[in-house]
Design a binder for this molecule. Structure first.
Ligand code: MN
Length: 215
């Protein structure tokens, strides 16, 4: 679905209690209706006086921050990032357990060796992210997978990197249930990854890359 100004709070693709017991209903409810809603409202406020950007998508805003007026650039970076990151995180989870398949699975085996090796590296990097941020699975413009952290509400969106999956490492994502135990949250989150959606994102990235290489 193509979104642009005024951005709206889209419903989750599952119920608030669907990820229990790994992520509790209260956390999902507040995360979606309070945290994400605030980013949406602030993004709309920042863009309201600038109709020339009202048909820009989140991705376009984030990829071309340098084209925005300086007085709203930081506000858009934070809040378009907050909207993108949260929608990406919520859509990247599912109550139905899945495993990587197809080209994504092949790339994971090639770039990490085994799924378990990928998981171990992802876990260790998640533990080493300091303060608030995200950990991402991305691919570069040759389709090679990599794990990269970002701080605050920054995104890895750029001309060379395609985001495939992200893990919200802000404390609000887990504090109600897991308190300060980030490790427990990360292990509870792994089985929720919607690998079907991540695989779709990878297919889309490969298609975009192929099209760019053909022109
Ligand atoms: Mn969050």
């Amino acid at each position: 679905m193509i979104q642009h100004y005024p951005f709206e709070l889209l419903p989750l693709p599952y119920l608030y209690d669907a990820l229990e017991p790994n992520i509790d209903m209260e956390t999902m409810y507040f995360h979606h209706t309070k945290h994400l809603r605030t980013y949406i409202e602030k993004l709309n406020q920042a863009l309201a006086p600038y109709p020339e950007f009202h048909n820009w998508t989140l991705e376009r805003l984030l990829l071309h921050l340098d084209e925005l007026p300086e007085e709203i650039r930081e506000e858009v970076r934070r809040n378009a990032g907050g909207v993108f990151n949260h929608q990406f995180y919520f859509d990247g989870m599912s109550p139905v357990p899945r495993k990587p398949e197809g080209q994504l699975k092949e790339a994971m085996l090639l770039d990490f060796g085994t799924y378990e090796a990928f998981q171990k590296t992802f876990f260790e990097m998640a533990m080493s992210v300091f303060g608030s941020g995200y950990l991402w699975l991305v691919c570069d413009n040759r389709g090679k997978l990599a794990i990269v952290p970002t701080v605050n509400q920054n995104t890895p969106i750029s001309r060379d990197l395609y985001p495939l999956m992200n893990l919200d490492l802000w404390e609000h994502a887990y504090y109600l249930k897991h308190k300060n135990l980030r490790a427990d949250y990360v292990w509870d989150w792994f089985p929720l990854v919607n690998w079907e959606e991540v695989g779709r994102r990878y297919q889309q990235a490969l298609l975009t890359i192929a099209l760019q290489n053909s022109v």
